[in-house]
Design a protein around this ligand. Sequence first.
Ligand code: SF4
Ligand code: SF4
Length: 195
Amino acid sequence: MSERSGIPGEGLVKGLAVTLKTMTRRSTTQQYPDVAPELPPRSRGVIALLEENCTVCMLCARECPDWCIYIDSHKEEVAVPGAARPRQRNVLDRFDIDFSLCMYCGICIEVCPFDALYWSPEFEYAEYDIKDLLHDKDHLGEWMATVPPPPAHDPNGEPAKEESVAARKAAAPAARPAVRPSPAAPADGGEGTPR
Ligand code: SF4
Ligand code: SF4
């Protein structure tokens, strides 16, 4: 038979003390959906597409671990005044993200070299039909209106590398035109060397 320690009723008193302490604390329950939650501005809610920045480089689709980005495009010729030949540019036909597969890792946004993808904190896009979680480029473009502005620069932070280089160049005295060194005479006194 195990020996019990402590005063009889001690556990009950401890339990009541915890209850009383908790009763006096402010509740942290969020009354969603009656009250919208205050999310940090950089919350990962949904991905927004800035279509005009997309060059159809396909990096995001290739790097997506879930293969849930679908891109189609075609090439168009653009006549450039003064150029010998017309240039070609990619035109986006389809840019879909399947949010039923997406795991919100953010890799697509990180790898996009042209700032065409952004996080929006919007998260209320649940659907009754899973097929409706495939957002096309128009739908992804509509989310751009909900993307928060970038955070302000840190006044105590280091200036961007481009800014400091530009400032250094502006402060430097005007550079003299580079003098081309004359071609060195052949050491063996070869052709062209006066004898
Ligand atoms: S957040 Fe991740 S899983 Fe979702 S589309 Fe981008 S790369 Fe793919
Ligand atoms: S990585 Fe950016 S620019 Fe390239 S296809 Fe994706 S969204 Fe477009």
